[in-house]
Design a protein around this ligand. Structure first.
Ligand SMILES: [Zn+2]
Length: 73
């Protein structure tokens, strides 16, 4: 009986602890993404269709979401 309660306590403790880390991590990631999207380095200007877009994944060549052409910095 004591062993079951102890295991349950450990399980609950770990579950809560993991949830706190997960929430904190997601919050940090969201903040980071928000900051990155506002960075002028990630604002791209398409030379083919003159469309302005944000791409945080690539930093040398990116694909235009409107016409699909490749753009260089
Ligand atoms: Zn384009």
């Amino acid at each position: 009986m004591i062993k079951i309660d102890f295991s349950l306590a450990i399980t609950l403790y770990l579950f809560i602890f993991i949830n706190i880390i997960l929430v904190f991590w997601l919050f940090c990631r969201k903040e980071k993404d928000k900051k990155l999207s506002l960075d002028p380095r990630y604002i791209w200007f398409c030379s083919v269709c003159t469309y302005t877009y944000i791409n945080t994944k690539e930093d040398v060549i990116s694909t235009c979401p409107r016409c699909g052409s490749y753009n260089k910095k």
